[in-house]
Write a protein that binds this ligand. Structure first.
Ligand code: ATP
Ligand code: MG
Length: 394
């Protein structure tokens, strides 16, 4: 067992000793079997939240209404969720009701794919009710139960199928794929944010190019946000090919890649991205980098300075796009040799200028600062008090 799980084993033990069942469940079990690093340890238990709270001294109510309590242990937090079933999905996305149950198999049955429906007990025994181990060795994503039913209950599972296929380099099993083709239109009913999260994970996956192709061939494109412009079939295929080169390391790069496929003017670009409800931070980075991709010869020293917070995104995007290494090397060289990275790095500050009587507060000061900034960035003067004083006096 990896150290994260060894550390969490006493938690299972304590629950067991109190007379309840407890297991590791979900993605962490899948990743352990695959020998991949795990990111979150999920525990499921027959104990109800109130019962969990009686067993452990330190707990936090992180999601009591869904049956989740966090147990704090040696500075670590472990989410423990009561076994539950979900019933009647009238809106294709969220169950109308969550019911706590005492049976592990009921809980595992509501999970999306066989490879996500394992449980692992205190002794390290894998519980595999749906033949997930077989699917793991055949490298396939297969719905638990009837794929059509499962995708009707929650359409997001279709995006998740593609996401796991991309991350693991697995194929989507025949009936699961057929259900995805048939029920694709239901994706239009899912909250954009939830689709986006799965879409971004998919594009960062090792087999993203293949998964994107499956997405297009399954006819899902018209049901994704931002279908006008950004997500044309041609664009998506181009990105799919480029992704064979390298995986994006950040969300920013995922979106910048799309923009790299065609010249967008600022407002169109922003409108396209708004449809995907990107976070402010990602939006800023993409809006900075996007326009530069349209014409890489435009990326001069000043542009690199202006967007220096996003140079990493820029370089990674250009690399995936297959832009000549001479271009990226040059950007990197320019970036590394910038004398300043913001106006604050100037050897003479606004306060210094006023104190020395070189500028008056107001537009005059602003103009002087701009002049120094430009000259230093372009390497026309050194960033020293003397050189800058001479420049401003000119
Ligand atoms: P990751 O490693 O990316 O976190 P994960 O498998 O842990 O992958 P999560 O989204 O964290 O995925 O979900 C945890 C578990 O909850 C899944 O493994 C699956 O068993 C279950 N699950 C999550 N979303 C759904 C869903 N929409 N329908 C059914 N089961 C789901
Ligand atoms: Mg997870």
């Amino acid at each position: 067992l990896p150290s994260e799980l060894t550390a969490a084993k006493p938690i299972l033990k304590q629950i067991n000793q109190a007379g309840f069942q407890a297991y590791f469940v979900g993605g962490c079990v899948r990743d352990i079997i695959l020998g991949k690093p795990i990111h979150d340890v999920d525990i499921a238990s027959s104990a109800y939240p109130e019962e969990i709270k009686k067993i452990f001294k330190k707990t936090v109510d992180t999601g009591i209404q869904h049956g989740t309590v966090m147990v704090l242990d040696h500075g670590e937090g472990y989410e423990i969720t009561t076994f539950r079933t979900e019933s009647t999905y009238t809106d294709f996305r969220r169950p109308d009701q969550v019911t706590f149950v005492r049976s592990l198999s009921e809980d595992l049955k509501r999970r999306d794919f066989t490879i996500n429906a394992f449980a692992l007990d205190e002794d390290g025994q894998v519980i595999d009710y749906f033949d997930g181990l077989n699917d793991l060795s055949n490298r396939q994503i297969r719905a638990v139960g009837l794929a059509k039913e499962r995708f009707t209950e929650d359409a997001l599972r279709m995006m998740r199928a593609l996401r796991f296929a991309a991350q693991l380099d697995f194929q989507i099993e025949g009936q699961t794929l057929a259900a995805l083709v048939e029920l694709g239109p239901n994706l239009a009913k899912i909250a954009v944010e939830r689709i986006r999260v799965e879409f971004e994970k998919m594009l960062q996956g090792q087999a993203a190019g293949v998964a994107l192709q499956v997405l297009v061939e399954a006819g899902l494109l018209p049901y994704l946000p931002g279908k006008t412009g950004l997500m044309t079939e041609a664009n998506v295929f181009k990105v799919a090919t480029q992704l064979e080169r390298k995986q994006p390391q950040s969300q920013q790069v995922v979106w910048a890649l799309y923009l790299g496929q065609q010249g967008f003017d600022g407002p169109t670009l922003q409108a396209q991205l708004r449809q995907w409800k990107l976070s402010k931070e990602v939006m800023q980075a993409v809006m900075a980098v996007g326009p530069l991709l349209a014409d890489v010869n435009q990326i001069d020293r000043w542009a690199i300075y202006e967007h220096n917070a996003h140079v990493e995104t820029l370089l990674e995007t250009l690399t995936i796009m297959g832009i000549d290494k001479g271009v990226t090397d040059n950007i990197q060289k320019n970036y590394d040799s910038l004398a300043i990275y913001s106006m604050k790095d100037l050897a003479l500050s606004g306060g210094d200028l006023i104190a020395a009587g070189l500028a008056k507060p107001g537009p005059d000061l602003g103009a002087a600062l701009k002049k120094m900034e430009r000259a230093v960035v372009l390497g026309q003067v050194n960033n020293t008090k003397e050189a800058l004083t001479t420049l401003v006096k000119e």
